[in-house]
Design a protein around this ligand. Structure first.
Ligand SMILES: *Cc1c(COP(=O)(O)O)cnc(C)c1O
Ligand code: SF4
Length: 300
């Protein structure tokens, strides 16, 4: 199994685990599980057909005004539900890939935002990351940069004052992270987010709806309230993609919609993320909302 899907856990994240409980939400996200290789129900390696929208290796250009650069395939922790599991064995992208990405963005005036993602871009050496951000910044039509990283959740001490000083030079820079469980909202994680926010880098959160981790009303509400308390804006809640090796995490779409309907009726709007499905086959993200006006509960 480890040959198929390697594993890595940061000591910090490991310590959040309660070892007495095999269904612990922290454990579920980081410890390999035999269910990952019990392939079933048509899980595929590339559910979003990302490979089709790559004009060059590692760069996905699916939406006209923005592109997503996978600058590495390395992560400090391999989340068992990850939808890019297929890349894990590839390691860091070659440096030449990064300069090809810069050339592509420079030659494509429609791109106004670049999402620096992976893998985890904060696993790159700081000088390489700084060079990449700086090169993007010098392209006149690139207005906004975005970093997608789980480091504030799995290795928050990496968000050092010196890293933040480097990042803030490249504003407007938006930072998206991925808290999935209220148990991840530790003082260390709060400090990491605080440092970014203090530097003028807004932090948003993209969770994945995961069975056993955050699929109850109470847990989801605790997570969303907790994010708001540390000034992190819930942005998306993704329905778990039908990726090979993550089937056991998937929550029925209607159940997810009911849950989020209940959340949005009872929770501050600033806490409510958009529940989305990344439609298999590369059709893009689609919001999942019930037809509130048509339900009896609304009229009652
Ligand atoms: C999700 C995604 C984006 C970013 O979309 P937003 O709705 O702006 O967050 C960009 N490119 C790809 C390929 C994506 O999957
Ligand atoms: S940090 Fe992101 S890319 Fe890396 S394993 Fe986790 S979900 Fe996947």
């Amino acid at each position: 199994m480890i040959r198929n899907f390697p594993f890595a856990i940061t000591p910090y994240y490991f310590c959040l685990m309660k070892d007495s409980d095999i269904e612990d939400p922290i454990r579920l996200q980081c410890v390999p599980d035999p269910r990952e290789i019990a392939f079933s129900l048509g899980g595929v390696d590339d559910p979003l057909a990302e490979d089709r929208d790559m004009p060059l290796p590692g760069l996905i250009h699916r939406y006209a005004d923005r592109c997503l650069a996978m600058v590495t395939h390395t992560c400090t922790m391999y989340c068992r539900h990850c939808n890019r599991k297929r890349f894990w064995k590839e390691g860091a992208a070659a440096k030449s890939r990064l300069s090809a990405m810069i050339d592509y963005v420079a030659a494509t005036p429609g791109i106004r935002e670049v999402i620096v993602s992976g893998g985890d871009p904060l696993t790159l050496p700081e000088t390489v990351l700084e060079g990449f951000l700086g090169a993007l910044r010098s392209i006149p039509h690139v207005e906004v940069l975005r970093i997608g990283s789980r480091i504030p959740v799995v290795l928050p001490m990496r968000i050092t004052p010196s890293l933040v000083r480097m990042l803030r030079k490249h504003r407007p820079l938006w930072f998206n992270t991925q808290f999935n469980s209220p148990r991840e909202l530790t003082p260390e994680a709060a400090l990491a987010c605080q440092r970014l926010v203090d530097a003028g880098i807004p932090v948003s959160n993209q969770s994945v709806l995961l069975r056993g981790v955050n699929d109850t009303y109470e847990t989801m509400r605790e997570l969303l309230y907790g994010l708001q308390r540390i000034s992190v804006r819930p942005y998306y809640l993704f329905s778990c993609d039908p990726v090979r090796g993550a089937d056991h995490f998937r929550v029925d779409l209607w159940k997810g919609m009911e849950l989020m309907e209940r959340i949005s009726r009872s929770t501050s709007g600033l806490c409510v993320p958009l529940f989305v499905l990344d439609v298999p086959g590369g059709k893009g993200k689609m919001p999942l909302q019930t037809f509130s006006l048509l339900t009896d509960s609304f009229l009652a």
